[in-house]
Write a protein that binds this ligand. Structure first.
Ligand code: AMP
Ligand code: ZN
Ligand code: ZN
Length: 427
């Protein structure tokens, strides 16, 4: 897109053509057109690079749990938030894809980590590589496509959605998800994409780390193990900073560190046994606690709903059409007939399950109401375009897309987010 200053050579050229001798002016005109072209191509070079990093399950308050000298460099010199608000359900796949597209789940198709699509008659599970790489599941336009459509280059060192040819496109560089790739090696790869001496050098890259989520699930957010995880994340940030400095990226790159959701302890004292309300044989469970999605045969639906509604304690139950607007979920065919939403820290399952696993649930999880502060995610942004030492109020993660598009100077395809919600962060 050309701004006003860039239009000047064209306007001058037109005026001269209109009011001066045609022969003499044709030479001048060529000069103006060339100036115009050089101004346009400058747009591409004047933006800084962007590195978007996700530490999975890194709760908004984690940085206050221990010493984090490397994160502190970014926090003190950049922008943080009291918490970034996830989309509902506060699960990994819906949130990473909401960040990537700037769209709520009902508008981008990723309404859960596990989904059933009635038209396709297909199940989506995060461990099912065929479906994870199948573009039919992914709607909207991921930011890496917007980047590429505008003549810039993108590289994704893991991100939900980046392994499928969404809109029949791919980023210039991308990787099939492999949790075994060492974390430092992920950073090395991205640094290489950002500095490679070729027209493919990327303007926008992503990085993803999962250990903060898996340790949170296993040991709980208040554990010493999670403190060690936070320290490990901090060491990776330190490694990234030193690699950026030695590769001349420091000061020329905007770093945006996010997470997808928070984490909260489960307890054997906070369980909801489905059989206390309904016969589990009457329902088909699609997604599991904390947001239990179920399909029910039409002739049984009202009875199942009424039984769950009558017993409603420590959870909420909704018919699909009554799901609160603020969840931005119900307008999608992949949402089930009923959803049960466990209150923070509660766990729903069948009597059979609790009989078979009497010591469950253990550890912690996420997926709860996105209004719960314990589900809020980290947000830290640092770089030449961000203000220094600013802390902003909680904001929704669907705005991150607009932030990135704005920083790169590329037009947004239209999202649920808006730049006004985040522009206070920018210089
Ligand atoms: P959850 O805690 O169930 O919401 O999901 C977290 C898990 O998602 C992590 O343990 C990752 O291993 C996994 N994950 C993240 N990105 C991908 C991906 N692109 N493909 C498959 N699995 C992924
Ligand atoms: Zn996650
Ligand atoms: Zn998780």
């Amino acid at each position: 897109m050309k701004n006003k200053t860039q239009r000047i050579p064209y306007v001058l050229g037109f005026l001269l053509w209109r009011f001066m001798d045609r022969k003499r002016i044709s030479v001048l005109l060529i000069v103006f057109v060339l100036t115009g072209i050089s101004c346009t191509s400058q747009t591409k070079q004047t933006h800084n690079k962007i590195l978007l990093i996700s530490f999975d399950g890194f709760r908004a308050d984690y940085l206050s749990k221990t010493e984090t000298p490397n994160f502190d460099v970014l926090v003190e010199g950049g922008v943080t938030s009291e918490g970034m608000i996830p989309v509902f359900p506060s699960k990994t796949f819906p949130n990473h894809y909401a960040i990537a597209t700037g769209l709520y789940p009902e508008n981008n198709g990723l309404v859960g980590n596990t989904m059933y699509d009635p038209d396709l008659d297909l199940m989506y599970r995060i461990g099912d590589r065929e479906q994870v790489e199948n573009p039919v599941w992914y709607q909207g336009e991921p930011i890496w496509n917007t980047v590429e459509k505008n003549g810039l280059k993108a590289g994704t060192m893991f991100w939900v959605g980046s392994e499928a040819p969404v809109q029949n496109m791919r980023p210039t560089f991308w990787k099939v998800y492999d949790g075994r790739v060492p974390n430092e090696a992920r950073i090395d790869t991205v640094i290489n994409w950002m500095t490679i001496d070729s027209p493919d050098q990327v303007d926008f890259a992503t990085l993803y780390f999962s250990f903060t989520d898996s340790d949170g699930h296993r040991y709980g957010p208040e554990s010493q193990e999670v403190v060690e995880s936070i320290k490990e994340a901090d060491k990776l940030v330190g490694y990234l900073i030193s690699e950026m400095k030695s590769n001349d990226l420091w000061g020329k790159t905007d770093i945006i560190i996010v997470s997808d959701h928070g984490m909260y302890d489960l307890s054997q004292d906070r369980i909801i046994v489905l059989d206390d309300y309904i016969n589990p044989d009457d329902i088909t469970v699609v997604s599991s606690s904390p947001v239990l999605g179920m399909n029910v045969a039409p002739d049984k639906l009202e009875n199942v709903y009424q039984a769950l509604k009558t017993g409603e304690e420590n959870y909420r139950v909704y018919k699909k059409e009554d799901i609160p607007e603020r969840y931005h979920l119900k307008n999608h065919k992949r949402v089930t007939d009923l959803i049960m939403v466990a209150d923070l820290g509660y766990f729903i399952n069948t009597k059979d399950y609790f009989d078979r696993f009497p010591d469950r649930p253990t550890g912690a999880t996420h997926g709860f109401d996105n209004r719960d502060k314990e589900m809020y995610a980290i947000f830290v942004a640092y770089g030449p375009d961000f203000k220094e030492g600013l802390k902003v109020k909680p904001f929704e993660n669907i705005h991150v897309f607009e932030l990135i598009a704005n920083l790169l100077g590329i037009p947004s395809p239209g999202t649920d987010g808006n730049i006004d919600s985040v522009k206070v962060m920018l210089k």
